[in-house]
Design a protein around this ligand. Structure first.
Ligand SMILES: Nc1ncnc2c1ncn2[C@@H]1O[C@H](COP(=O)(O)OP(=O)(O)OP(=O)(O)O)[C@@H](O)[C@H]1O
Ligand SMILES: [Mg+2]
Length: 319
């Protein structure tokens, strides 16, 4: 059984201008010890997926349909009280821009101690201190720096502290929303390496979210590609990179510097992502798709599997 199964998740946001069709029938699963990535342009719905799993969506969000099964139990049916037992202990999250979320007037170690005491009643203060010291070592921070304030840390150290906080209550799944976006490339690499090691050592499941396909390619066993609220492709990372099924994935890969191999001219995808108040009929990508035909304009494509474990939501995959 998968650790997490998101099944046909559809989410709208209600606004004065109308409904934002933020997610439409998004489905994927995540196994124990696996790293899965979600990649896509700004506004395609990545954070909405994460917040739906945490049940921390904005008050104007409406989950129209779907299931979010954690070990077979539907989180969408859980009340706030039950969700408090899930958050941090089962599923924790490194929020987008979390690096700036450390409180500047409290020592970094104390903030993590507080988080542990707030979420796990079984710890005494002394035990929590000891746990934080272990967590520091786990994420590659010197435990002697526990008494420092956030401004005494570099950006990379702050992000490590945030990751330590996410690991504090030994969750099975960590969701990391743009965990390295604010960091320079060298530090990005270090943090990704560290997360990989944690994934292996702790048999942790990771859901990575990034607009940067090179990050997802390096960090993830499998990856999903999102476009305008739909998951348009899902498969093993190597397969998706080497033999993408969906025209959007191909466009995305062409618009990125080659991960390996010879340098080639970058070709951005012409056009703009749609506004999600009135997404296009049929396939949401059809107005930008070089291969679009009549059926793409009129009917939403089903999810098709061309090879084992490699899916695309496309009428003409790999055409
Ligand atoms: N509370 C809200 N009310 C209305 N619209 C929202 C709300 N939150 C998000 N949206 C819209 O929903 C869509 C998906 O947003 P989301 O934040 O999930 O995208 P994202 O892929 O995480 O983007 P980014 O890469 O910029 O973080 C966007 O069009 C966004 O403007
Ligand atoms: Mg986001």
């Amino acid at each position: 059984m998968s650790l997490l199964e998101v099944d046909s998740l559809t989410v709208h946001y209600l606004t004065a201008k109308g409904k934002v069709h933020a997610l439409e029938e998004v489905s994927f699963d995540l196994k124990k010890g696996e790293a899965l990535g979600l990649v896509g342009e700004s506004g395609c719905g990545k954070t909405t997926v994460a917040m739906a799993i945490m049940k921390l969506l904005a008050p104007n969000a409406r989950v129209l349909s779907g299931k979010i099964l954690l070990r077979g139990e539907d989180l969408l049916r859980k009340g706030e009280e039950e969700m408090r037992k899930v958050r941090w202990k089962e599923v924790s999250m490194v929020f987008q821009s979390a690096m700036n979320a450390l409180n500047p007037v409290h020592r970094v170690g104390d903030q993590i101690v507080e988080a542990i005491l707030a979420h796990d009643g079984s710890f005494s203060e002394e035990e929590a201190q000891k746990r934080v010291s272990e967590l520091f070592a786990l994420v590659g921070l010197d435990p002697n720096r526990m008494r420092d304030y956030p401004h005494q840390y570099s950006g990379g150290m702050r992000q490590r502290a945030i990751i330590a906080m996410a690991l504090a209550c030994e969750p099975s799944l960590v969701i990391a929303d743009e965990p390295t976006t604010a960091l320079d490339v060298v530090v990005q690499d270090q943090i990704l390496g560290e997360m990989k090691r944690l994934q292996m050592d702790l048999h942790l499941s990771l859901l990575y979210i990034s607009h940067d396909i090179s990050i997802i390619a390096r960090a993830c066993d499998r990856m999903g590609v999102m476009y305008a609220g739909q998951l348009v492709e899902l498969g093993p990372t190597q397969k998706v990179l080497e033999a993408p099924l969906h025209p959007y994935t191909r466009g995305l890969l062409n618009s990125y510097p080659s991960l390996r191999g010879p340098k080639k001219r970058l070709r951005p995808i012409p056009g703009e992502p749609p506004n999600l108040w009135e997404p296009p009929e049929g396939c949401r990508f059809h107005p930008r798709c070089p291969r679009a035909s009549e059926i793409c304009r009129s009917s939403c494509p089903p999810v098709v599997s061309l090879e084992n474990g490699h899916f695309a939501r496309c009428h003409r995959p790999r055409s």
